[in-house]
Ligand binder design. Structure first.
Ligand code: COA
Length: 164
């Protein structure tokens, strides 16, 4: 039995990578599913986010990467999967996560959400925080995979060019 680890991953962080690695060890195979929603105003395009996850997970053979749109439970059904994996960093994540888990259960009874406790070292890491720190000139290379860092620099360069 495999599992699906869904998220916006805008961007994928070392915290996400840790969850993907551990989920692969538990479930044998994990699909990191990058949401592609026109309603989401993301910093990175879906193609960029998929490439970032692919690059970060390149050495983990049991991890597959896909994008999906529409309902997560429909995506699971199409793939014949029933397990959703999500990371929990702190009590503050719980409310949002339990709501999603219960909503998904109400939409599809066979779906189970499994939570993995984030490692302490990643407990403060979030996608928006790393972007904010980076945009303010802070150092985040210990928090995100290499390609994310490269993509952030690319965005900064193109922004600087636009401003000239
Ligand atoms: N390490 C680091 N950061 C983590 C983390 C971990 N282990 N676990 C969560 N986070 C952070 C992320 O960095 C992100 O931070 P931010 O809010 O500051 O940007 C936040 O928690 C959550 O982002 P992410 O992990 O990318 O997931 P998400 O909450 O954006 O994902 C979907 C939501 C995609 C799973 C959900 O919207 C979905 O299923 N959409 C499809 C449509 C659908 O079915 N909707 C109904 C769902 S009930």
């Amino acid at each position: 039995m495999g599992a699906v680890f869904p998220g916006t991953f805008d961007p994928f962080t070392n915290g996400h990578l840790d969850i993907a690695e551990r989920a692969a060890r538990i479930f044998g195979e994990v699909t990191v599913a990058v949401v592609d929603s026109p309603r989401l105003k993301t910093f990175f395009s879906v193609d960029e986010r998929v490439e970032q996850v692919k690059s970060a997970c390149k050495n983990i053979s049991q991890v597959k990467i896909e994008s999906f749109s529409g309902l997560l439970v429909d995506y699971l059904k199409e793939r014949n999967e029933i397990v959703i994996v999500r990371g929990l960093r702190a009590v503050s994540d719980y409310e949002y996560e339990i709501q999603m888990a219960l909503m998904n259960k109400s939409l599809s009874q066979e779906v189970e959400t499994c939570f993995l406790a984030a490692r302490e070292v990643n407990s403060f890491v979030s996608s928006s925080l790393v972007k904010n720190v980076w945009l303010a000139g802070g150092k985040i290379d210990h928090l995100v995979p290499e390609l994310v860092l490269a993509d952030l620099s690319k965005h900064r360069l193109s922004k600087e060019k636009e401003e000239i």
